[in-house]
Ligand binder design. Structure first.
Ligand SMILES: Cc1cc2nc3c(=O)[nH]c(=O)nc-3n(C[C@H](O)[C@H](O)[C@H](O)COP(=O)(O)OP(=O)(O)OC[C@H]3O[C@@H](n4cnc5c(N)ncnc54)[C@H](O)[C@@H]3O)c2cc1C
Length: 452
């Protein structure tokens, strides 16, 4: 745990605080990253390596094995699973209010409707600071309104987990989170059987990587709302026409409301990895292998042309599968059968960066004598290094890590230009290496059109 924290690999999930509240507290640091802090006079440090998802011995494979008996298929990159679908909710207004096809919220609504849960642990804007996020327990479908849409912001579940651990209430809960959070919740359950009994369902959303609070500030600042002015942000607004991946961001301050389409903001290329916690570059769970079901964006040509959004879905339990297909039969949602090739088609970049790229980063860290989280050898054995993309992955890692301090300096100087000026040489050199001729041409045309 010392190394996880001192080497900057904490993912801010909050498991350590929930497990050992007198030893750890979760804080947002000056870079906008949420991380655990050891309390000075901490004494009862209990088996933290067992609950920390970054270093736990129990890997995603351990939890994915539990789905084997209900699975219909296995792929080394996906683990055991039942079915792959593309889909969306049929109610137009509901679909437009969601990130992709709205199936995540629909599934939770169905769990409430069927009386299967007493609550859903979900992420919404924090009431204290609306540009930040927090977990809360939704007690009915009505409470889910504020949780719709992706929030590109690190979120800790420590307070909710502590509350559930302390409470003697009989609960049947669904937990919704990105893959590392679902793994964390399952690890906590291994150490606290009463907690495990209360978490009946785990629902994941795909995650390219997490973002520090600086990402939110960076987006708003590009729309002339500076960090101190920022009040709230909407990361996903859908507008008629165009591709589903061209959603809008909306930032709000006391004086202004600003909106801009993602491709008209600078450096929003997810591959650059700006403001990414270091631990994300050592995570290889692309498909949320520890969750009963996972939802993502079906950004393939077939579906992304519909700006209203479509989900990619992978089910791992019979029950999740049955609930979704029953909604399809009742006309509430539309589901299309797909297969593993569709997962690879929509998440190709994610697989390359997190599997192939992980080998490059691991080899680099070993060569430099740097500490990194122990990676489970069986999982690592699934992947191989691609020497032609090696330096490209390492450039990304450096850009990502440098972005934190450079943005902090820009904030201190109150000058976003400092960020552009300082990081541009690295970003340009990365693009020179990584972008092929046709992509360069497309980017040039895009820039000309943007300026026009
Ligand atoms: C940080 C992040 C990165 C992502 N990266 C990818 C990606 O690379 N590829 C891809 O296909 N999809 C990615 N997604 C998932 C995608 O954006 C949608 O969230 C997903 O498709 C579900 O859409 P929906 O319409 O079904 O969700 P909705 O019905 O709109 O519901 C959204 C659900 O997501 C949960 N949620 C929102 N933000 C967070 C958060 N920060 N942490 C935990 N839970 C959250 C809410 O609790 C809510 O239940 C990412 C999401 C996040 C939060």
């Amino acid at each position: 745990m010392n190394e996880v924290i001192s080497e900057g690999f904490c993912i801010g999930c909050g498991n350590c605080e929930a497990h050992s509240p007198t030893c750890f507290s979760l804080e947002e640091n000056k870079l906008g990253l949420i991380e655990a802090k050891l309390i000075d006079d901490a004494t009862d440090i209990l088996d933290l390596d067992k609950v920390c998802p970054v270093i736990s011995e129990k890997s995603e494979d351990f939890f994915n094995q539990a789905y084997q008996s209900e699975s219909l298929a296995y792929k080394k990159e996906i683990g055991f699973y039942r079915n792959v679908y593309a889909g969306f909710v049929n109610d137009e207004a509901t679909r437009l209010e969601s990130s992709s096809g709205g199936l995540t919220t629909h599934l939770i609504e169905e769990l409430f409707e069927r009386g299967l849960i007493t609550g859903a642990i979900v992420v919404g804007a924090s009431p204290e600071s609306k540009s930040r996020t927090e977990y809360f327990i939704a007690r009915s479908a009505k409470d889910l309104k504020q949780t719709k849409k992706s929030k590109y912001h690190m979120t800790s579940h420590s307070d909710i987990a502590k509350h559930i651990l302390k409470s003697s209430d009989q609960e049947s809960l669904a937990f919704v989170g990105i893959p590392c959070s679902v793994k964390a919740i399952k690890l906590l359950g291994e150490e606290h059987p009463e907690f495990k009994n209360k978490i009946k369902y785990t629902i994941s959303v795909f995650c390219g990587h997490q973002k520090s609070h600086s990402f939110t500030e960076f987006v708003a600042w590009q729309m002339d709302i500076s960090p101190p002015q920022l009040d709230s942000i909407d990361y996903r607004i859908k507008k008629t026409g165009g591709d589903a991946s061209r959603y809008y961001y909306k930032a709000t301050s006391e004086e202004a409301v600003a909106e801009r389409r993602v491709d008209n903001l600078k450096w929003m290329d997810w591959g650059l990895g700006l403001f990414k916690p270091k631990a994300c570059d050592f995570c290889d769970d692309v498909t949320g292998e520890t969750a009963d079901v996972i939802f993502g964006d079906a950004w393939s040509r077939k579906y992304s042309q519909d700006y209203r959004g479509t989900n990619l879905v992978i089910t791992r339990t019979k029950e999740m599968d049955e609930i979704l297909t029953s909604s399809h039969k009742r006309g509430l949602v539309n589901l299309f059968n797909e297969d593993a090739s569709f997962v690879f088609a929509t998440q190709g970049g994610n697989f390359r960066h997190r599997h192939e790229g992980l080998i490059s980063r691991k080899v680099f860290y070993e060569k430099e004598g740097l500490w990194f989280p122990p990676k489970n050898q069986t999982r690592m054995a699934r992947y191989s290094q691609n020497s032609s993309r090696n330096s490209y992955y390492l450039d990304r890692h450096k850009i990502s890590q440098d972005s934190h301090e450079i943005f902090l300096k820009a904030k201190e100087l109150n000058d976003l230009e400092h960020f552009w000026k300082t990081l541009t040489p690295q970003v340009s050199s990365y693009y020179k290496k990584s972008v092929g001729f046709s992509q360069k041409l497309k980017r040039l045309i895009k820039n000309i059109l943007r300026r026009a």
